[in-house]
Design a protein around this ligand. Structure first.
Ligand SMILES: Cc1cc2nc3c(=O)[nH]c(=O)nc-3n(C[C@H](O)[C@H](O)[C@H](O)COP(=O)(O)O)c2cc1C
Length: 419
């Protein structure tokens, strides 16, 4: 028997915009079709400067829609998305991201974007300076706040000859995001998720402190993913440089003690606790409230004491909760992970490797082992943290929570139909 393909019968609208990476959309189209998708292609006028529409027409077996007026349908912007399962914009130019964020409807792509009610994934590609432009960052934020999945472009050599962040994400990353978005509508609705993220800061004196290299990216990605999938989310975060994820209540903290208090006060409310924070294990026993002057230091060692073990303490108070821990390990990942899983009575442990150039700390991507209660490890390949977050939520759903309430009970993320 033939196995079902991942995108079997999924109706995907592939929008190609005027980036030098437009040629990569040809291969993407082929792969989507190989995976079983039915693909309609929309091209902006600029995109046709890079690849001839005929290429997409032949490969998709359908006419390529280019113009708002007088193409194949009288109202192509409504027709093309009327029964679409997903819109994929790849590559997405800076212009197109801005247009879609602002809701400008002055061409076919802009108009169908405003009219569409299905999930949308965008894969940006542009020069590094364009990606770094502040207005663009604001547009990307706006789109994400509205539930659009905007992938991070990749680092590497760019068409300009420079190296930087701006390359179209690799095809398998785009496909993973498409599959992931299709698989998840609002399957976390009804869950109340408490996430901890970032490092803690343990003061030595008024200006000095002990901290660690956690960037908070994994926790913020978990919070964002859970919120996008319908959960109510509270994020208790140590100091990070990250903007708060959309539709998430953020509670900033500094020390392990503060983090403990904030998590404890919300634990009864939550149904799922996700502890990604790199909570400091030690703190100075006698922090000074003033700044210690250089000449005042007599050379005596800094006396440290243990901080509260937050996960252990909350795990002892668990009732209905699902508890998910993260472990940063440099060696014996599985053995150390299993020990922590049982010691802390967790439902799932996500084990990160923190040594080497691909360390979990600060990187955009992460490679982890998931350890559920039965101890059977699930190796997850290296993925961007936001996509990995969805994989982890899938595993929590499957292994610890069970299937969501019936579809009819979930808020509708349907498709607008026209007669
Ligand atoms: C050779 C060339 C390559 C370009 N590559 C990109 C690109 O990779 N990303 C981008 O955002 N814009 C790129 N542009 C600029 C866009 O084509 C331009 O902003 C255009 O208005 C985009 O229109 P569209 O978003 O409607 O497709 C490039 C322009 C030229 C001439």
């Amino acid at each position: 028997m033939m196995s079902e393909k991942a995108l079997q019968s999924k109706r995907i609208v592939l929008c190609v915009t005027g980036s030098i990476a437009a040629y990569k959309a040809v291969s993407l189209l082929r792969t989507l079709i190989e995976e079983g998708a039915e693909v309609s292609v929309v091209m902006t006028s600029s995109a046709t400067q890079f690849v001839a529409p005929l290429t997409f027409e032949v490969l998709s077996g359908r006419p390529v829609l280019q113009r708002l007026f007088a193409d194949v349908h009288p109202m192509p912007h409504l027709k093309v998305t009327e029964d679409a399962d997903l819109i994929l914009v790849a590559p997405a130019t800076a212009n197109c991201l801005a247009k879609c964020a602002l809701g400008l409807a002055d061409d076919l792509l802009g108009t169908l974007f405003v009219a569409a009610r299905c999930p949308i994934v965008m894969a940006p590609a542009m020069d590094g300076d364009m990606w770094d432009y502040p207005a663009l960052a604001a547009h990307v934020r706006t789109l994400r706040e509205r539930g659009v999945v905007v992938l991070e472009p990749e680092d590497g050599p760019l068409a300009s000859g420079l190296t930087g962040k701006g390359r179209l994400p690799a095809e398998h990353m785009i496909l993973e995001a498409v599959r992931a978005r299709l698989a998840r509508q609002r399957d976390w609705a009804g869950q109340r998720v408490l996430v901890s993220a970032g490092p803690t800061r343990e003061p030595i004196d008024a200006v000095r402190f002990i901290t660690n290299a956690s960037s908070g990216k994994m926790g913020y990605a978990m919070a964002e993913a859970a919120a996008q999938r319908g959960a109510e989310v509270v994020l208790v975060s140590g100091p990070t440089a990250l903007p708060p994820p959309p539709n998430v209540t953020c509670v900033p903290v500094l020390t392990a003690e503060e983090m403990h208090q904030e998590l404890e006060s919300r634990f009864a409310w939550s149904t799922v606790l996700v502890m990604t924070a790199a909570v400091g294990d030690f703190r100075p026993r006698h922090p000074s409230s003033a700044k210690t002057k250089k000449h005042e230091w007599t050379g005596e060692p800094l006396e440290l004491e243990r901080t509260p073990d937050i996960l252990q303490s909350l795990s002892q108070k668990r009732t209905h909760h699902v508890l998910v821990g993260f472990a940063a390990e440099s060696e014996d990942l599985l053995a150390n992970g299993r020990k922590k899983l049982h010691q802390k009575n967790l439902d799932l442990l996500v084990v990160n490797r923190i040594t080497g150039p691909q360390s979990a700390f600060g990187n955009e991507t992460n490679e982890v082992i998931l350890l559920p209660r039965d101890g059977t490890p699930i190796q997850v390949e290296r993925l961007p943290k936001r996509i990995l977050a969805d994989r982890i939520l899938d595993t929590i759903r499957e292994q610890c929570i069970g299937p969501p309430a019936s579809r009819s009970q979930q808020p509708h993320e349907g498709i607008r139909r026209i007669q």
